[in-house]
Design a protein around this ligand. Structure first.
Ligand code: HDE
Length: 716
């Protein structure tokens, strides 16, 4: 029935979309069509949606009320306890919050669809991968880790990438990150890690940052952190948007076929938008200018009908071959280089619908690595094993009871039948009066499902434990090398990316105490003497003597972000600087905006005041808002060093161009504006026509960051 509704709506909107603009009663036909399409990916929530577009206000139990004045004893008298309307409204407000997530508190989510490319029953019995073209609704939540719910999106951090598949055989969650490794090898250390990176217990400083003693004290004492730390200090800690980052399941999982054959796998989500990062200075500006930068970017792209996409892929591992590798597959601080196990694509994720209510959907979604489906199984990775326990526990704390899976965003689309009963906020009315197994009173139902009956989980999951099964509290020797893979990562970056990574460590470690700085240098030196020397030079310290035990020159493919152009420039955003003081400038910016729109690149016309086709003012604009910047013909008047106006902060137009240049963005000068150019070189285009500019920007935006503008140590 619900499907019929959304199908009807989709048809109605599609026919609206086919009307010409003049006939259409709505202004933005494109967006309406996009919304209708999006609706299908969240149609399983439709039963729970509240539509207040008509009707009288009521109390929580349905009686019509007015709620703007309290009931008092006389106009100037005391408020009466009897005022149930007031008490209900205030009490509900007092209880509006649930505890924020202990980690990953800051995030944004969206709905969409996963489409399987094929029938993968040769590697898994999972039904959502069982047929080419099979569609499964999904919800993805992206996040930062350390900051509180109100912290800035662009804090340097590992980023969460949690995906729920509402499969026809139950919910399957891949609760992953945008970095393929993790800081620790065992779940028992997670509270230590988080206590170290969170703000200081006395002052609650700093927020959403790791440039403090406790974080680097822990990192330098716990060398398992080094690999993830290096990824976070590189561009992976500063994604341009959630859309421009990949996702990883991190742990080794298992896929199991119907006949019980089990294979080890790593999950990957490859961004179809490509990977792109900010630079640190830019990210810091954004934290103040637009703390919602990532959240808004995702929302706007989806609202405009530009659904972001990722390819789901797996590295399938041959266990016998893996036994010869020099790292352990159960160690979550290690990647499997793609040379050892190539990615096998499985299907496409497409996020095409924004939530209707942030709290109900994004805040209340409760992911768990323990949410798996038939055909997927765990490995013995000790970090994963601990997570299977922790997430259930944390959801009990956040929701306050065991019925959180009944919330609309958590409820599976597959039927739920079992003997779990009662508890706070029980939403269901169970009619079975024999809620136990085995029973005869309910004819034995609900029946037990197993591998061969009812498509259940495997009673015998075909997993073995090591033959030496004595109880121990120690880690295997195969987990002991914490330095070779960080070096592999570092070696695989371009020289500019290596420089930015070193600069990030310099920034962070400049904020910590000298004894901790010394400890950090010892660890960096085990990865690379060059890195240790370059960081030490900033700190005014001597690096330790080279410690070559783990030094090597190996590299692996696919880790550099800045070394590759973006596969698509669609939905990148360009600033078009114009002036009402210069004849034809706003008109030229408008022509550029239209030409960019034809390439699905959005653009904003900036001038001194709003009106006449201007989207933003210099008073409100900043280079951080744009992926590329164009100064229209005649703008040299505004860019001149003596140009002043009460309509914007001193030198703002010139500052936008200069910042954009220093942050590596493509810069265009039209006509005479080139007289005020900051510099020449790659990614700086001085042209006369709209066509020439747009043509140059195609390549400029795809390059994204012109890295030769960043200085390397040896050049200084
Ligand atoms: Fe989490 N993690 N984590 N984590 N994690 C949480 O669960 C935890 C780990 C990740 O958008 C919490 O619902 C432990 C690795 C994401 O809602 C909590 C350990 C990876 C999210 C928790 C880890 C992650 C969380 C906080 C070590 C990448 C946000 C609230 C054993 C593979 C999900 C919550 C969302 C959230 C515990 C390590 C990713 C406290 C104990 C490794 C993306 O349960």
């Amino acid at each position: 029935m619900l499907h019929v509704h959304s199908a009807l709506l989709a048809t109605a909107l599609a026919s609206l979309a086919s009307l010409s603009h003049a006939q259409c009663p709505f202004a933005d036909v494109g967006n309406l069509a996009a919304r209708a399409e999006g609706l299908s990916s969240r149609s399983h929530l439709a039963d729970f949606e509240v539509d207040d577009s008509e009707g009288y206000m009521t109390s929580d139990v349905g009686g019509p009320i007015e709620d703007q004045e309290v009931l008092t004893a006389g106009e100037r008298g005391p408020t009466l306890l009897e005022d149930f309307i007031f008490r209900q409204k205030i009490t509900h407000f007092d209880h509006e919050r649930v505890p924020e997530r202990a980690v990953h508190a800051r995030g944004a989510g969206a709905h969409g669809t996963f489409t399987s490319y094929g029938d993968y029953s040769n590697i898994t019995a999972a039904s959502f991968l069982g047929e080419a073209g099979k569609e499964t609704p999904i919800f993805v939540r992206f996040s930062t880790v350390a900051g509180s719910r109100g912290s800035a999106d662009t804090a340097r951090d590992v980023h969460g990438f949690a995906t729920r598949f509402y499969t026809d055989e139950g919910n399957f969650d891949i609760v992953g990150n945008n970095i393929p490794v993790f800081f620790i090898q065992s779940a028992i250390q997670f509270p230590d890690l988080i206590h170290a990176v969170k703000p200081s217990p006395d002052s609650e400083v700093p927020q959403a940052a790791t440039a403090h003693d406790s974080a680097w004290d822990f990192f330098s004492q716990q060398s398992t952190t080094l690999h993830t730390l290096l990824w976070a200090m590189a561009g992976y800690g500063l994604p341009r948007s959630y859309r421009h980052m990949d996702g990883f399941g991190v742990h080794t999982y298992r896929l199991v076929t119907d006949d019980g054959t089990s294979r080890l796998v790593k999950w990957h989500f490859k961004s179809k938008q490509g990977r792109a990062s900010l630079v640190w200075d830019e990210a810091q500006h954004l934290a103040g200018k637009n703390p919602d930068f990532h959240r808004r970017d995702l929302w706007d792209a989806i609202a405009a009908g530009h659904a972001p996409e990722w390819e789901l892929a797996v590295q399938v591992v041959d266990e016998e071959a893996a036994a010869a590798w020099d790292f352990d597959l159960l160690d979550p601080t290690k990647i499997i280089p793609e040379e050892l196990a190539p990615l096998q694509p499985l299907g496409l994720l497409r996020l095409d619908a924004n939530p209707a209510n942030y709290f109900a959907e994004t805040e209340q979604v409760m992911f768990q690595p323990g949410h798996i489906v038939r055909g997927v199984d765990f490995s013995d990775d000790p970090l994963l094993q601990g997570r299977i326990f922790s997430y259930l526990d944390t959801q009990l704390n956040r929701h306050g009871g065991p019925n959180f899976e009944q919330l609309p965003i958590n409820r599976p689309v597959a039927p739920v039948r079992n003997n779990n009963r009662d508890g706070a906020a029980q939403n269901l009315i169970h009619k079975n009066t024999a809620p136990y197994s085995p029973n005869t009173r309910n004819k034995g139902y609900p029946r037990q499902a197993g591998r061969d009956e009812g498509r259940g989980f495997f009673t015998d999951p075909n997993r073995k434990i090591a033959s030496d099964s004595s109880l121990v509290r120690r880690r295997p020797q195969s987990f002991a090398d914490h330095w070779s893979q960080p070096r592999l990562f570092y070696n695989s970056l371009t020289p500019v990316e290596q420089q930015l990574l070193i600069d990030a460590i310099r920034f962070e470690v400049s904020h910590v105490s000298p004894d901790i700085q010394e400890n950090v240098l010892v660890q960096l030196n085990r990865i690379s003497h060059d890195v240790a020397v370059r960081v030490a030079s900033t700190l005014g310290l001597d690096a330790p003597a080279a410690d070559p035990t783990y030094y090597h020159d190996n590299t692996t493919a696919g880790l550099s972000i800045m070394g590759e152009p973006l596969p698509s420039i669609a939905t990148l955003h360009v600033g078009l600087l114009a002036s009402h003081r210069v004849n034809g400038s706003v008109a030229q910016a408008t022509a550029l905006k239209e030409a960019f729109a034809a390439m699905d690149v959005t653009a904003a016309v900036v001038a001194e005041t709003m009106g006449h086709g201007v989207d933003s003012t210099y008073a409100a604009s900043d280079a951080v808002a744009f992926d590329g910047i164009v100064a229209t013909n005649g703008l040299d008047v505004l860019l001149a060093s003596k140009a002043k106006s009460p309509l914007y902060p001193t030198r703002r137009p010139a500052q936008i161009v200069e910042d954009g240049y220093h942050w590596g963005k493509p810069i265009g000068y039209m006509g005479s504006s080139a007289a005020a150019r900051v510099a020449e070189g790659d990614g700086v285009y001085a042209v006369d026509s709209v066509d020439a500019l747009v043509d140059a920007f195609k390549q400029g935006l795809a390059t994204f960051k012109f890295t030769n503008r960043f200085a390397l140590d040896e050049e200084s």
